[in-house]
Design a protein around this ligand. Structure first.
Ligand code: AMP
Length: 405
């Protein structure tokens, strides 16, 4: 495995360490969406961690699970309690889930000490502890003291240096910590896609801003055969090319960077696609007056909120010969039906291609679920920010400690 810039590194994996009969601390990412009645609306993140949990149970381990959930302010809040998650875990695993009263308190520590082989203890929401996001030393050590083995299976937070993700791992030697099955598969998948893609390799990049994806763009250009830019970020590139983009989203200070990226693509022979038309609106609202227009004719004061029909056809055609497609970021303001057509068409085009298709980013994952194309994608990453950082070529803080020398 590598750090995506080509440096060879190997990850310690769960199947390669001896966990038999041990107490295992598993950091999961159970930050699932819930409705107003606290019903889990999508339990994919819980289901994807089950192989790791089951493997530990099959090896007679006692299992302590930790996760964050929502954004509590740093103390116990009933709204962010893991009760619904404990219930869903119970339904899925068909075994009792002991829910600790808090993250760390005397009773939790006692529950962890008393935990027997085959039993599961779920700690309360990690973000109830202020020290979690500060990577607090004492918290990291207290969590580490609860177990013999540390497993990170939380790809979605592995780009964060938090106590239960990064700090805790320092307290275990490499024979007593590892990447869980989910984490290992996400990292391997992204690594192979970037390092050894079947060509043509096409990357679709969208979303609101260039700034959030600048590093990713720099890292992608030398690796892909084609790059397709949509969403709000396209307008900075279009303005850089001299187009009048009206009130569309634009980061003027990044115009020089946009030019640099396009120049590099040109030099490397990478085909660079930008929208040729847009759905322009007279305001950022689903009530706004909207029409399709070419890039050359965006009315004064209007803004492009989706790619237009000609662009959808153009992009779909550019995807036709792809053998690998990496997609991160919607083509427009897909949350509003009026501006979701472009993203929907691209979703269908990606889904119906014969390529290996990888979708990364929370919005894009949400989008392909809405368009019904989810099952047709080869791989949908559970972590938006983390997958972006991998594409940027970074070693994630939560993964660093699991690398074999
Ligand atoms: P990001 O978090 O950078 O991936 O951006 C995702 C967001 O970009 C979504 O919430 C979209 O509504 C937004 N977006 C996509 N296209 C546009 C656009 N043309 N103008 C403004 N926002 C956009």
């Amino acid at each position: 495995m590598g750090d995506l810039k080509g440096n060879f590194v190997k990850l310690q994996e769960l199947k390669n360490i001896d966990i038999s009969g041990k107490k295992v601390f598993i950091r999961c990412d159970f930050n699932v969406p819930v409705d107003e009645y606290q019903n889990i609306t999508d339990d994919r993140r819980i289901r994807s961690a089950l192989p790791t949990i089951r493997y530990c149970l099959d090896n007679d381990c006692s299992v302590i699970i930790a996760t964050h959930f929502g954004r509590p302010k740093g103390g116990y809040e009933e709204e962010y309690s893991l009760k619904p998650i404990a219930k869903r875990l119970h339904t899925l695993l068909k075994t009792e889930i002991k829910l600790a009263p808090n993250v760390i308190c005397d009773e939790t520590v006692k529950m962890a000490n008393d935990l027997e082989n085959g039993e599961i203890l779920l700690l309360e929401n990690m973000r109830f502890e202020k020290g979690e996001t500060k990577n607090d030393e004492v918290l990291s050590k207290t969590l580490a003291d609860m177990a013999d083995i540390y497993i990170n299976d939380a790809f979605g937070v592995s780009h964060r240096a938090h106590s239960s993700v990064e700090g805790i791992a320092k307290h275990f030697d490499i024979k007593h910590k590892a990447a869980g099955f989910l984490l290992a598969s996400e990292i391997k998948f992204f690594y192979h896609i970037i390092k050894e893609p079947k060509r043509p390799f096409v990357s679709i990049v969208g979303g609101s801003k260039v700034s959030g994806k600048l590093e990713a763009l720099y890292n992608l250009v030398p690796k892909v055969d084609k790059i397709i830019i949509g969403g709000g970020m396209a307008f900075t590139f279009l303005k850089a090319l001299g187009h009048d983009i009206g009130n569309s989203l634009c980061e003027d200070d990044l115009i020089p960077e946009a030019i640099k990226i396009m120049d590099e693509a040109k030099q490397l022979g990478v085909k660079f696609y930008l929208p040729v038309d847009v759905i322009a609106a007279d305001g950022f609202s689903s009530e706004a007056f909207a029409k399709a227009t070419t890039i050359q004719e965006i009315p004064k004061g209007w803004m492009g909120l989706d790619i237009g029909p000609a662009t959808s056809l153009l992009f779909a055609e550019a995807l036709e010969d792809a053998h690998t497609i990496l997609w991160n970021g919607p083509m427009g303001v897909y949350e509003m039906d009026k501006f979701a057509k472009g993203s929907t068409k691209i979703s269908h085009a990606v889904a119906s291609s014969y390529a290996t298709t990888v979708v990364g980013g929370g919005d894009t994952a949400d989008l392909v679920r809405k368009t019904g194309d989810e099952d047709a994608m080869t791989f949908i990453s559970t972590g938006g920010g983390a997958s972006l950082e991998l594409i940027e070529g970074k070693v994630l803080p939560g993964v660093k400690a699991l690398i074999l020398e």
